[in-house]
Design a protein around this ligand. Structure first.
Ligand SMILES: [Mg+2]
Length: 437
């Protein structure tokens, strides 16, 4: 759910010349909430909020709920105060993902040049599709009508010559709208935006620009490139922001896998400094994540540990492995290291330096097992490479070798155990058994 700033004034007719406008940004409207209303039609017209736990945050809210000031990332407790009559539902990611697949299947009927941004959002380059279709506007109309006809869901579409303007156009077309920004209007359009509407302009950049008296793109577009570079302290970011202020963006649509990350996190019933409690939560997160990876036939190379503190601040740290994995044990060993990097402990004391409210992991850099060479242990290398085995024969049984061989068999049996877990869960349900590490 987008909380990006909008400007009602730009929601108007910008002209009809679509030449060069080959980039579409498509964003489902209040996706999670719309999915819930799809299977519970009696909720239509009511404020629907996704997120239930008293200590959790809102994952999504429909427009009826937003009228009350409810927004994503807001604590559920606050949303309940703002909208006491709202319908609060738990997050059902599996269901939203299943619907998302159907939505993206429709997009795929236009082109396969699609960059997935999230379960409910993508960029599409329709250059090739325009050999068949008359205009990008026709394509956008067809997508919006077809998604609604087949799935009963609405989406908003921005059409422009680049990703920056297409994304801002769809954001400002919401809900259930469409906005074409002709090439010669890009600069006028973006000049009506606040600086923070430009993707990548976070609070710190915003603050630096404010010191130069800049809060709007109109003001930003008056600065020379060199001034923006000075303000940001980075030549690359400065250059990109200079281009953005003119409505330009050089990024291409990058065709990618549907899912960018898979993870699992949980809010604790009460804040804790107990390292074992937090580690236990991370262990469960690794287990749940690895299980999902295996179920979807995916492997991950990057793991990120995410913590939320009692003061509601976040901290995270990532590590990219040499080879991708789908093993809970391997993820957990990295998660422990990352936790120590975020919150270093002086000794082996079991108290963390800060109170933790939420902990979890996510994995990214995903690829399909079928297209990835997995070498997640030394064992595999030795097993699969007769030459290496031969060498180890020559050198005799050294201590290193027996250590490697025991590592190999441990990892092998771990993987076997995790596969068995999947089978048990398939038969008896998700919570039937947990991985003890
Ligand atoms: Mg959306």
């Amino acid at each position: 759910m987008s909380t990006a700033p909008r400007n009602e004034a730009v929601k108007r007719d910008w002209g009809h010349d679509a030449s060069g406008c080959t980039i579409l940004h498509i964003d489902m409207d209040a996706f999670y909430a719309s999915c819930e209303i799809r299977r519970h039609p009696e909720l239509a017209g009511k404020p629907v909020i996704i997120g239930t736990g008293t200590r959790s945050v809102v994952s999504a809210a429909n427009y009826e709920a937003r009228v009350f000031g409810v927004n994503s990332a807001m604590p559920v407790a606050r949303a309940r105060k703002l909208c006491p009559h709202g319908v609060f539902l738990p997050v059902d990611m599996d269901y939203y993902r299943a619907i998302s697949h159907q939505v993206f299947d429709i997009f795929g009927e236009i082109t396969d040049c699609i960059e997935h941004v999230s379960v409910d959002e993508c960029f599409m380059d329709v250059s090739n599709a325009l050999r068949i279709w008359k205009s990008p506007v026709d394509i956008a109309r067809w997508i919006r009508a077809t998604v609604y006809k087949r799935l009963g869901l609405t989406c908003s579409v921005g059409i422009a010559t680049n990703k920056l303007i297409a994304k801002l156009a769809s954001t400002n077309a919401k809900p259930n709208g469409m906005l074409l920004i002709p090439a010669n209007r890009h600069a006028d359009f973006i000049r009506m935006m606040p600086v923070r509407s430009i993707p990548g302009v976070g609070p710190s950049t915003q603050k630096r620009l404010e010191e130069y008296g800049v809060t709007t793109v109109a003001q930003l577009s008056q600065l020379r490139e060199i001034d923006i570079i000075h303000a940001l302290g980075s030549a690359v970011s400065g250059h990109n922001l200079y281009l953005a202020a003119q409505g330009k963006d050089e990024r291409k649509v990058v065709v990618n896998a549907p899912e960018k990350s898979i993870g699992h996190e949980r809010t604790l019933r009460e804040d804790t400094r107990d390292a074992r409690t937090v580690l236990n939560l991370l262990r469960q997160s690794c287990d749940a994540t690895a299980s999902t990876l295996r179920a979807r036939g995916l492997v991950a190379r990057t793991i990120t540990v995410k913590l939320r503190f009692a003061n509601l601040n976040y901290a995270s740290k990532s590590f990219t492995m040499t080879y991708p994995t789908q093993s809970a044990a391997e993820l957990f060993s990295h998660a422990k290291t990352l936790l120590n990097l975020i919150l270093p402990r002086n000794d082996e004391k079991d108290l963390l330096p800060q109170f933790i409210r939420l902990a979890g992991i996510s994995t990214s850099n995903l690829s399909a097992v079928s297209t990835t060479m997995i070498q997640d242990s030394f064992g595999d290398l030795f097993d699969d490479d007769p030459h290496t085995s031969h060498e180890s024969d020559d050198s005799g049984t050294s201590a290193t070798e027996s250590k490697l061989s025991s590592t190999r068999s441990t990892l092998k049996s771990t993987r076997k155990a995790e596969k068995t877990l999947d089978d048990i869960r398939k038969r008896f349900g998700k919570d039937a058994i947990n991985f003890g590490i």
